[in-house]
Write a protein that binds this ligand. Structure first.
Ligand code: ADP
Length: 256
């Protein structure tokens, strides 16, 4: 599922110009990271793309030609876009299995499809042993994995993530980054990932767009020139450091 933004502008009621003149093209199946100083409009941008908010100017096109619901699906409706927030937002009275199955329940999927798809998604994020646990019996990293599994359970064609792992410790975050990258390699959805972390962006993405201070504009948009196969230790290589350097420079230029 591709995304195309032209001259997008969002001004809030208090006259805060959050973003102005944003052009962005994301190809179907691409993994793009968006970086920028706090308050530059990254969340605003993601909410606009998700359709949770509307711009005052410009156009946002989501190419749905690639996102028809595959034949054989047992439920009605479309589940093309999924959104993951920094907070896992799990329902405390539901087990992992039933939290993950929730989006399918809302689409009236059959019980057998719900359980099968939820178990598969849980397994893919490495939580098979925790399916029957409740959120308060999980670590912060495990809760985020549940949130990720719940986003993936409908097999979305576009996955939007807003600093999903920012509250986790560094080692847990790195593990989740590795798992998310594997999910993307396995499933091939388009991913837009907002992060504060240059290291996270370079490890995960094929491409990084850097925004300036508010009103946010994109001042750097470049491919991350690393192989498709990225073992954990790639983070300690000179090529990785070169990619980080380029992003740091644009963040500095953009007023971070
Ligand atoms: P980021 O995600 O990059 O930290 P945001 O998109 O959350 O930035 O916010 C961009 C700017 O818009 C900030 O100055 C923020 O205070 C302002 N803003 C965000 N949402 C609203 C809102 N609903 N009403 C007024 N101002 C807002």
């Amino acid at each position: 599922m591709g995304v195309r933004l032209r001259a997008v502008r969002r001004v809030f009621e208090n006259d805060v110009v959050a973003i102005d003149g944003i052009d962005l093209d994301v190809a179907p199946g691409e993994f793009a990271a968006i970086l920028g100083p706090s308050g530059c409009g990254k969340s605003t941008l993601l909410r606009l793309i998700a359709g949770l908010d509307r711009p005052q100017g410009g156009t946002i096109e989501i190419d749905s030609s690639l996102s028809a619901v595959p034949r054989g699906r047992e439920y009605e409706g479309r589940a093309d876009i999924a959104y993951v927030f920094q907070d896992a937002h799990l329902l405390p009275w539901r087990t992992v299995l039933h939290n993950v199955a929730l989006p399918l329940e809302l689409m009236h999927a059959t019980q057998s499809h719900r359980m099968l798809a939820a178990r598969q998604a849980i397994e893919q994020v490495g939580l098979a042993e925790a399916v029957d646990r409740y959120p308060n019996q999980l670590s912060g990293g495990q809760r985020m994995r549940v949130s990720l599994a719940r986003a993936m359970v409908t097999d979305p064609k576009l996955l939007l993530l807003d600093e999903p792992f920012a509250a986790l410790d560094e080692i847990t975050r790195q593990k989740l980054d590795e798992q998310l990258r594997q999910l993307w390699l396995d499933r091939g959805m388009t991913v837009l990932f907002v992060t504060h972390s240059t290291q996270e962006a370079v490890f995960l993405a094929q491409r990084a767009a850097v925004m300036t201070r508010r009103p946010g504009k994109i001042i750097h948009d470049a491919r991350i020139d690393l192989p498709i196969d990225r073992p954990a230790l790639i983070r300690a290589t000179p090529a990785f450091a070169r990619e980080m350097h380029a992003i740091y420079q644009s963040l500095e230029k953009g007023g971070a």
